[in-house]
Design a protein around this ligand. Structure first.
Ligand code: ACO
Length: 161
């Protein structure tokens, strides 16, 4: 399995930010830049090649948000995205954070499937978030991204390793 070859590591602040991956998850460089320097970036590598990324931002003493998760197109659908999110759950648990959240568009049906399968539940809908915050309209499989769905997971206290 390809996931057996993955090395998951925190990106050193001096290393270049993997924008090409981050922009797969969020087409707005301006929005990515609004959180990237206050976040922790973790990468999934196969050898020297970075094939995936996940970005965690501490919101409060008890809440971490997954701001961005992306896998290189040719490596998608092989379990790497799930692995990245499971690692984020582990990190949030070991940091004694109680809540992990992630936001995605109403049009991101595949992502909504994945996040719910991994245990997140829809907790909030920010109406017209994409219409208000993005200059260009975004469509996925013919559906316009209008609203932001926030999904939340309560991490059990013993989920630390
Ligand atoms: N169509 C249908 N189902 C799919 C597809 C697809 N194209 N791709 C993956 N899946 C399903 C898989 O079948 C799997 O389900 P299963 O275990 O029941 O078979 C499940 O989704 C998980 O698949 P993974 O292989 O673990 O996920 P992947 O490595 O593809 O990563 C990710 C998922 C990160 C969403 C990836 O597809 C990606 O980078 N997409 C572009 C960027 C993006 O949209 N990021 C999320 C934006 S929201 C945010 O960043 C907060």
């Amino acid at each position: 399995m390809i996931t057996d070859q993955i090395e998951f590591q925190k990106l050193d602040k001096r290393e270049p930010i993997p924008y090409s991956l981050l922009l797969l998850a969020d087409p707005s460089r301006k929005i990515v830049d609004s959180y990237i320097n206050s976040s922790d970036i973790y990468t999934a590598k196969i050898g020297q090649q970075t094939v995936g990324v996940i970005v965690l931002l501490t919101l409060t003493d008890s809440t971490i948000e997954i701001k961005n998760v992306a896998v290189k197109f040719e490596f998608q659908q092989q379990g790497i995205g799930s692995l990245l999110i499971k690692n984020a759950i582990r990190i949030a648990g070991s940091d004694h954070q109680k809540t992990l959240c992630i936001g995605t568009a109403n049009s991101s049906t595949r992502q909504l499937y994945l996040y719910q399968k991994l245990g997140f539940e829809i907790s909030e809908i920010r109406m017209n978030y994409f219409k208000k915050n993005y200059t260009e309209p975004i469509y996925e499989q013919g559906i316009q991204a209008k609203h932001l769905l926030v999904l939340t997971m309560q991490i059990p206290a013993n989920h630390s390793n």
